[in-house]
Design a protein around this ligand. Structure first.
Ligand SMILES: [Zn+2]
Length: 287
């Protein structure tokens, strides 16, 4: 995968040009979204409809294929009312990627359903609270190939345009938007692409048969996800006497506090869910 004249080129990439676009863009940020829609194609069609008054640069499908709606040097309309570090109106400063994902789900008896009534397999559900609050609830999982492709895209775009950061719509429209949500490993992506110290942070493993992960440092705080299973790996974010703030290692974005009695330090770094060398090699190959 590569970029030529502000368009992606490579396998599994096609163009569907949207009329929903603004003026010239010199992007500083990459903004990640979920579509909340039924399919990548239906989302792309909607974002090409003038009635939508919305768009994005890319739609990333669950099979890893990509539809590009506009070149990266023009403004698209994905952020809406938004701000970050004193910058207002992020459409004027960012590239937007919409990932095909239904977002928050409804639990109906034993099943999970999207807002449009489609059933989602239990294996494709992440149960967690959003990082900015709200109940522990079900979210549709992203597919492994979709996450891998998102990492690849982010690396390419950050390198090509010298982007400063990768943010979620939830970060720039806090309280109004929840995407990409706890099912997407946004912090791992930022760490990887922006070279943050994630890989060098101490890692722990859960030693209890189950361990609660909570919203604060104490048993009085509510869990932010179902109990962690024995052997679950954690990255230390903040150390405390009795409780540590940790991030769960894997293809999600779940963080919270755990009781230090029930975790042990790992001395050897374990392999990551997403193999960094693979992404690196791909990027080099594509120049
Ligand atoms: Zn969004």
């Amino acid at each position: 995968m590569d970029i030529k004249n502000d368009w992606l080129v490579g396998d599994g990439i096609r163009q569907q040009k949207t009329p929903n676009r603004g003026g010239a863009l010199a992007a500083r940020f990459l903004i990640m979204h979920f579509t909340g829609g039924a399919s990548a194609q239906s989302s792309a069609d909607w974002l090409c409809n003038p009635a939508a008054k919305a768009s994005a640069h890319l739609v990333l499908a669950r099979d890893g294929s990509i539809i590009q709606l506009a070149p990266f040097n023009v403004v698209t309309w994905h952020a809406g009312v938004s701000q970050w570090n004193g910058i207002v109106g992020l459409n004027q400063h960012s590239i937007g990627i919409e990932m095909d994902n239904a977002g928050g789900l409804r639990q109906v008896g034993d099943t999970f359903q999207t807002s449009f009534g489609k059933l989602v397999d239990k294996a494709d559900v992440v149960i967690a609270a959003h990082k900015y609050g709200g109940p522990v609830m079900p979210w549709q999982a992203y597919t492994a190939v979709q996450i891998e492709r998102a990492f690849e895209l982010a690396e390419l775009l950050v390198a090509h345009y010298g982007l400063e950061d990768i943010l979620g719509h939830e970060d720039i429209a806090r309280g109004r938007k929840t995407d990409p949500g706890p099912a997407f490993p946004l912090e791992a992506l930022r760490s990887r692409v922006k070279g943050r110290a994630d890989d060098s942070l101490p890692r722990y493993r859960v030693t209890a048969s189950t361990l609660n992960i909570r919203a604060g440092a104490g048993a009085e705080f509510a869990p932010v996800a179902p109990p962690l299973k024995k052997g679950t790996e954690l990255v230390l974010l903040e150390a405390g006497d009795r409780w540590n703030r940790v991030e769960v290692v894997g293809n999600t974005d779940i963080e919270g506090w755990v009781n230090n009695q029930y975790i042990e330090l790992l001395t050897v770094a374990a392999p990551r869910v997403l193999e960094p060398k693979k992404t690196e090699a791909k990027r080099k190959k594509s120049g």
